[in-house]
Unconditional design. Structure first.
Length: 342
């Protein structure tokens, strides 16, 4: 009997099942690993507080229960961190950047310092969708939109620099809504802006309401500071009677500018993203784990102790907002660039 025939008989008598080698699934990949969150601001600030609170809880919501560490990479309003995550971090699902999502708008405006294409980040989500607001001192006499519109002198609004939301809001109010505004853009942050307003140097400023109510609480409670205008798709429950910026927009173009340069950047201010090229299965696990973390009662209790407001946006929704910046009509984009940059 030939050897070939013997081999065939053996196969029939003792069939062998060959299982193809499977790739390492994301569920298995994260076991024993450490995920690094790169925060674009210093320790102790708002971004850092969110990241450290998330880091304490997110591991249990990802298969394999990876560890989390937070690293602060500061500078250029979080652009250094964003550029580093984009260019230097391995796209292996072990690095998440935490930086200002509104930098995507600055990319299309052509502002310096941006060395990434925001559309290529793998967006994980946002822990709190924020609203914009203008808060002015009672001493300025501008305690309502009507008083602002009637002001014979430009109302001095403090801001940081072109590309930041406080600057964009002030410029939009001046150039698009036609409110009397003088933009004073010499401040390094909202702490300096608040001090300048309280000293009478400026009337106030416009930035995220969630930050205003937390950092200016005593002045708001005492009536020394008044929210006059807010920016969002609907009124924030904290200030239901404060007018929406959209109510002052008289044209479709004005409404688009408000939505693009003010409302959307506020919503995605505190954004989380993985590097371009991160595998889809790992991105999905990170997105799911992120949202599950933000619903976790233990996390919510921890966040409450740190006065962190939670109103999350999913990675897919964040991605859509980013894409919307790039779909802006070229002529409108040029006009917007002239308003907030030049």
């Amino acid at each position: 009997m030939s050897m070939v025939r013997i081999a065939n008989i053996l196969v029939l008598l003792f069939p062998i099942s060959f299982t193809p080698v499977q790739p390492l699934h994301a569920q298995d990949f994260y076991r024993g690993q450490t995920i690094q969150i790169v925060v674009g601001f210093a320790a102790g600030g708002g971004f850092d507080s969110y990241s450290r609170t998330i880091a304490r809880h997110m591991g249990k919501h990802i298969p394999g229960n990876p560890n989390f560490v937070v690293v602060n990479t500061t500078g250029a309003g979080s652009l250094i961190a964003a550029n580093q995550v984009y260019h230097k971090a391995k796209p292996d699902g072990l690095t998440i950047g935490n930086f200002i999502g509104g930098a995507a708008l600055n990319q299309i405006l052509g502002l310096p310092g941006i060395e990434f294409d925001a559309r290529k980040f793998r967006w994980i989500g946002v822990p709190v969708s924020q609203d914009g607001a203008c808060a002015l001192t009672a001493a300025s006499g501008i305690t309502s939109v009507a008083a602002w519109q009637a002001s014979k002198a430009p109302v001095k609004l403090g801001a940081s620099a072109p590309g930041n939301v406080d600057y964009n809001m002030a410029k939009i109010l001046k150039e698009v809504i036609a409110l009397p505004v003088q933009v004073i853009s010499s401040y390094k942050g909202t702490a300096e802006t608040r001090l300048a307003a309280e000293s009478g140097e400026i009337a106030g400023s416009c930035w995220q309401w969630q930050s205003i109510k937390a950092t200016w609480k005593s002045a708001l409670d005492a009536g020394r500071v008044v929210p006059v205008l807010q920016f969002g798709p609907k009124a924030n429950p904290d200030i239901p009677n404060v007018p929406l910026g959209q109510s002052l927009a008289k044209t479709d173009e004005a409404r688009i500018f408000l939505r693009t340069a003010v409302e959307s950047p506020n919503v995605i201010t505190i954004a989380y993203a993985a590097p371009p090229g991160t595998p889809d299965d790992r991105v999905q696990l990170l997105r799911r784990g992120f949202i599950e973390t933000l619903k976790d009662p233990a996390f919510l209790d921890d966040a409450k102790k740190s006065n962190l407001e939670i109103n999350p946006l999913r990675g897919e929704e964040t991605e859509k907002i980013i894409e919307s910046f790039f779909s802006l009509d070229a002529k409108l984009l040029d006009k917007l660039r002239n308003i907030v940059v030049k």
